[in-house]
Structures are given as structure tokens and as C-alpha cells.
Design a protein around this ligand. Structure first.
Ligand code: NAP
Length: 509
């Protein structure tokens, strides 16, 4: 990695403390940061360099995946951190920042590269990009890059406007849009599994796959984000970005050793092949839900409308389920079911692939109906499970599930932000959202937003601590499908059955 100044807007904020500093620290421990790497943190608050370094130290002690033990290495890491006061609207602050960046670059030598990371509210993105250009900060002699966090717009039009403004200061190749789901190791493995394993490669199509189920369930409610969340809902907060990105990563068919451009081109192709919904069809393909009071992990919790800061009668969606179809030769007629919600029974993000059963007569899920599944556990645990239907030797004529499991330890696995910051520093955009994907995602979602605005889609309720409204199950039942793994025992991954047979050498899988 070349010498780089990492200019962090929002250096005193929550995201910086919980994710960015711990990620940088772990990259440092893994010797993945150049010795001339330096950070200039920015915010309106007056903070001395020493106090800033103390704040960064606290954050890595509190949030690093690896315990902070070696004080000497912490001191060495913190040496590269400086702080500058900057209000995003004050042009003179950018001039002072430029001086400080230039001083730093002189000290570091080498090619002066600049990475601008916007860990601030989206209302500031345009102003910051404009001022970076105006002040001369954008005239780096080496490369310059802009890293931004979602949300990228509020709907199709606002996303297009934002992109237009950003593109006046940065080219598309210089913009790294973070969707942290793309940084999760298991998501980054999806294409490798299918490219490198001849079994999966052969099965990865509509001949063998019955349906795909993508779930991102949270147990938390709106917490202190009520004002923000009530204008956003599950559709904008999770579905338009994270969930559609998971769909793209699962559905792309990549040649081996694809370049970042090929990855992005193939993702765009998936989005282009996604059958669009008319506003009138939304009610048949999308379930909108909102949680009511219930119980989560034994504790009673209030309903959405009773949460502090939520206006009476809000029709905001806290749950979305949808059926999507990709009209291409590999996926035609394979429904992709996606759901995400707050205050659900368990916290988990997973993709379940259900295979077709060659001799299956009936399409409804019955007592003795054991599906053949491939399950990608994405978070909070990472893992892979193959569930196979097997004969039960103890009960003649019956079947049971056999599981081949592989799970990784969370300490060993790099955090999403580590992977993403590392890739951005190295100029690898494979796991960042290209503008084409963002725009196509908003285009797909826009009829749903319109239908919700006009209230032409019913708002169903679900008790906190459930798996969403009953209508979400009915969405699958219409095609004879069933959400798999919705069980009380599922908290730790795949449901273990009493007579489960785990292969002893499964970890090699
Ligand atoms: P936050 O805790 O509210 O922090 C905001 C930061 O922006 C603070 O450092 C604040 O510093 C700075 N700031 C605010 N107004 C400013 C101004 N006028 N000029 C200069 N600096 C200003 O927000 P956050 O949770 O870290 O989120 C940052 C961004 O990441 C948001 O876009 C959010 O949507 C996105 N994001 C956050 C998370 C998360 O887990 N937190 C996850 C995904 C995406 P001063 O008060 O010192 O100015």
C-alpha cells in the first residue's frame, strides 16, 4: 500500500468509534497499513490531537475484535492520528485542512494519496464533495478516493441528483459506496463457492434450485433512531441496498478470476434481468408489516406506535417480504424470497437455497418433508450448512435431516469494515456498490415506494418476537414454498435434530 492520508469526516461519531478505528487497528496489527499511513479526523468540536488519540484508543479497547494487549503497538498505531476542526459548510476550514494534509504528505514522502471518508449524515455529502474540489484538496498528486456510507438518496430522483453532484468532484472510479453487507466474509465467498466447486457450479441454476430465501432479521426496534427511521422504513433502510446486494451476489455467474469490472458488470446484468413490478402488482408480491407489542428473549417489548418519537398512526414499514424473479436463462422461474424486519424472533442474516427434489409428488411442506438445503449463515455467526434428506434407520419409511456444517469463530474472521477499508485503500472496488447497481435498485424499488405512499398495499401487523406477519408465510405458500429454519432453536444457525448426523470431518468442507 502506498503512503496515504485518510481524511475522516465525522471522526467523533458513532460509526467511526464502533467500526472505523477498530478496523484500522486490526489492519495495522495485520501489517496491512503502510508505515506512512496517517489519519486526520474532522468534526466541529474542538479536540486536541492527544484527546483525539485517547478517544481512538478507547474505541479500539471497547470494540476491536481482537483484545488490545500490547501498549507499545497501540502507541505506535495512535501516532498517525491527528485532528482538525472543520464545519462542513465553512470553506476556510477546508483551506486549513489542505495545509495540514500537505504538511503530512511532505513528512511522509512518496506519492501523496488522499482518501476522503464521509462518516457523516447524507445531507452533507454534496457540500463536502463540492468543497473538496473548490479548496484544492481534490488535486492530489497521487490518487484521490471518496468513501461514502449509505443512504445513497431517499428515492430514485434524489439518488440521481446526489450522484450528479458527487460526479462533479469525483469520477465513478474514485467513488467507493460502502454497503457493509458486501464486506462480510461469507458474502465475499459466495461467488468463489460457486466458481470453484464443481458440485455447486453445476447446481447453480433453475434446473436444480427450487427457490432462494434471503433473510435479514433484527431483534432490536427503532432505538434512538425513531425520527430517522420513521421516514425511511425497512424498504429504504435494508431492502433497497443490503438485501438487493445479497441477491446480486448470490445470483451472479462469474468466470473464474473475474476482474472488479466484470463483477460489477455481472451484478448490473442481474439487476437488469430482475422482473420489474408495476405499482398495481406490488400488493401481490410484497408484504408490508409493522410490529406490535410482544416478547423477545423472554422480555416484553412495546409496539412500534408506542416507541418514543414515533407519531400516532404512522404507517411506516418495519418489515418487508417480497418475491422477486430474475428473467435470465439461469434463474427463470426460481423465486427469490427476501424479507427483513425489526423486532423479529432472532437476529440473523442468512441465505437458504432449497433444491428441487426429483421424485417429490406434492408441493406442500408436510410432516415428513425434509428439504435439501444449502444455508449460508452471514451474521451474527458465519457458516455453511448442507442439509440432506436421509433415510431414518430407526423409523422405517421415515426420513431425517443430515447436516454437514462448517462454522468459523468470530475472532478469526475480519470485520466487514476491515475488508472494505483495506480494499478501498488498495483501489479494489469489487465489493462496493457501483452507481449502476444503486440506480437500478432504486428503479426496482420505486413502484413499491409509490404504492406505499398511496396506501394501496395493506399494512399488516406482527407481534414483536415473531417471524413477521402471517401474510409473509402466505406469500411463499402461494407457490408451495415455506420459509425454512424459522424455529425457536434456530438462534445458533441451523436447527439441530435429535437424530442429526454430523460428519466428523465436516470442517474441511
Ligand atoms: P453520528 O454519531 O451522529 O456522528 C456524526 C459525525 O458528524 C460526528 O463526528 C459529528 O461531529 C460530525 N458532524 C455533524 N455535523 C457536522 C458539521 N456540520 N460539520 C462537520 N462535522 C459534523 O453519526 P454516525 O452514526 O457516526 O453516522 C455517520 C454516517 O454513517 C451516517 O451517514 C449514517 O447514516 C452512516 N451509517 C452509520 C452507521 C452506524 O452504525 N452508526 C451504520 C451505517 C451507516 P461534531 O459533532 O464534532 O461536528
Amino acid at each position: 500500500m502506498e503512503a496515504t492520508t485518510f481524511v475522516l469526516f465525522g471522526a467523533t461519531g458513532d460509526l467511526a468509534r464502533r467500526k472505523i478505528y477498530p478496523a484500522l487497528y486490526n489492519l495495522f496489527l495485520d501489517h496491512k497499513l503502510n508505515h506512512s499511513f496517517s489519519v486526520i479526523g474532522l468534526g466541529r468540536r474542538e479536540v486536541a490531537d492527544e484527546a483525539f488519540q485517547a478517544m481512538v484508543e478507547r474505541s479500539i479497547r471497547d470494540f476491536s475484535r481482537r483484545e488490545v494487549k500490547d501498549s507499545a503497538s497501540v502507541r505506535s498505531f495512535l501516532k498517525s492520528f491527528r485532528y482538525n476542526v472543520l464545519d462542513v459548510g465553512h470553506t476556510e476550514d477546508y483551506k486549513k485542512l489542505l495545509q495540514r494534509v500537505e504538511q503530512q504528505e511532505k513528512r511522509a514522502g512518496g506519492s501523496p494519496n488522499r482518501m476522503f471518508y464521509l462518516s457523516v449524515g447524507p445531507e452533507f455529502f454534496e457540500t463536502i464533495a463540492f468543497n473538496i474540489k473548490q479548496s484544492g484538496l481534490g488535486n492530489a498528486k497521487g490518487w484521490k478516493r471518496l468513501v461514502i456510507e449509505k443512504p445513497f438518496g431517499h428515492d430514485l430522483l434524489s439518488a440521481q441528483e446526489l450522484n450528479q453532484k458527487l460526479s462533479e468532484a469525483f469520477t465513478e472510479e474514485e467513488i467507493y459506496r460502502i454497503d457493509h453487507y458486501l464486506g462480510k466474509p461469507m458474502v465475499q465467498e459466495l461467488d468463489v463457492f460457486q466458481q470453484s466447486n464443481p458440485v455447486l457450479h453445476a447446481l447453480w441454476n433453475n434446473r436444480y434450485i427450487s427457490n432462494v430465501q434471503i433473510t435479514a432479521a433484527e431483534t432490536v426496534g427503532v432505538e434512538e433512531r425513531a425520527g430517522y427511521y420513521d421516514h425511511v422504513g425497512a424498504l429504504r433502510d435494508m431492502f433497497q441496498n443490503h438485501m438487493l446486494q445479497l441477491l446480486m451476489m448470490l445470483a451472479i455467474r462469474l468466470p473464474k478470476d473475474s476482474s472488479p469490472d466484470e463483477v460489477r458488470f455481472k451484478k448490473k446484468e442481474v439487476m437488469e434481468a430482475l422482473e420489474s413490478l408495476d405499482e398495481g402488482d406490488v400488493q401481490f408480491n410484497v408484504v408490508r408489516g409493522q410490529y406490535t407489542a410482544g416478547t423477545i428473549q423472554g422480555k416484553p417489548v412495546q409496539g412500534y406506535l408506542s416507541e418514543p418519537g414515533i407519531p400516532a398512526g404512522s404507517t411506516n414499514d418495519t418489515f418487508i417480504a417480497a418475491r422477486l424473479q430474475i428473467d435470465d436463462p439461469f434463474w427463470k422461474d426460481v423465486p427469490f424470497y427476501i424479507r427483513t424486519g425489526k423486532r423479529m424472533k432472532e437476529k440473523s442474516t442468512r441465505i437458504v437455497i432449497e433444491f428441487k427434489e426429483p421424485l417429490k409428488q406434492s408441493s406442500s411442506a408436510g410432516e415428513n418433508d425434509i428439504p435439501n438445503l444449502l444455508v449460508f449463515e452471514i451474521s451474527p455467526n458465519e457458516g455453511l450448512t448442507l442439509q440432506l434428506k436421509a433415510r431414518d434407520p430407526q423409523h422405517k419409511g421415515k426420513f431425517k435431516a443430515m447436516h454437514i456444517d462448517f462454522h468459523t469463530s468470530s475472532i478469526e474472521v475480519p470485520e466487514a469494515y476491515e475488508n472494505l477499508i483495506h480494499d478501498a485503500l488498495h483501489g479494489d472496488p469489487s465489493f462496493f456498490a457501483h452507481w449502476n447497481e444503486v440506480e437500478l435498485s432504486w428503479k426496482w424499488v420505486q413502484p413499491i415506494l409509490n404504492a406505499f405512499d398511496k396506501n394501496t398495499v395493506p399494512l399488516h401487523t406482527y407481534a414483536a418476537g415473531s417471524f413477521g406477519p402471517a401474510e409473509s408465510d402466505q406469500l411463499l405458500a402461494k407457490k408451495g414454498h415455506h420459509w425454512w429454519l424459522d424455529t425457536a432453536e434456530a438462534a445458533n444457525g441451523v436447527e439441530e435434530e435429535e437424530n442429526d448426523v454430523s460428519l466428523p470431518d465436516a470442517s474441511n468442507f
